[in-house]
Design a binder for this molecule. Sequence first.
Ligand code: G4P
Length: 283
Amino acid sequence: MHFQWYPGHMTKAKRQMQEDMKLIDLVIELVDARIPLSSRNPDIDDLGKHKARLILMNKADLASKEQTAAWSSYFKEKGYFVVNLDARTRAGMKNINEVVAKACQEKIERDWRRGIKNRPVRAMVVGIPNVGKSTFINTYAGKACAKTGNKPGVTKGKQWIRLNKNLELLDTPGILWPKFEDQRVGLYLALIGSIKDEILNIDELSLELIQILQEKYPGILHERFEIQEEQKPAEILGEIAKNRNCVKKGNELDYSKAAALLVEEFRSGKLGKITLEFPEKQS
Ligand code: G4P
């Protein structure tokens, strides 16, 4: 899904989320494991304060295992529960129920003390567009789930998916908008494919990607395209064009075709498991 944000959308989404927050105990926030900070909007910390918090590092299949582990510790140290995930497969869902139970333990105990027994935990999935919210809900809820329908006394029109006797999920995910204040954030979102390609300069994007790869993942470009990495990014792009036979009429190298190819290979994981953003060392 491609997206563009207008202030009207943002305000409406935020207001909706504020309303939905009143109904839930647990915020299940999806981030993209390749850019765990740039793919989240820190406003959720304010919107979701006093709620149990679970971060799902989704698309972990495309991210560096080592960096995903580092990010997982980073978020855990900040008090979030964390699960690494490929939302397309059921395998990753095994852990979630257990972690959800842990994340909500406090609430369950509080309910018990007040004599409220067996009230299911209510959760809501949130995240920026394209992070995998719908995929997650579909895989997690699976076919077995039953929609509970509107409940009298609860906000009209809300549909809950009953996952088991302990957990209900709001069936529409909350949409957060990314924070574009920092240029790097825009670059990273563009690289993972969360910004309309038509408005991007893919040539520029590919040069930025080459630079990141040279710096953080030495050897990857050499291995994939049989090229010398100690060159300027534009020269490397030319080598990629040669290696992949990207030529225009008249045998001229087609840089744009090579750029698109490189970016596609990154996005689809063909270049390897690559995380673009690294956690700051905790001191
Ligand atoms: P959204 O509701 O948050 O907007 O995201 P959605 O579930 O629609 O997922 C966006 C794309 O990301 C989908 O690809 C989906 O298959 C893919 N995706 C979701 N979770 C994962 C994951 O854990 N790993 C990988 N590798 N991909 C995941 P799509 O519909 O095919 O779109 P696109 O790939 O053509 O962009």
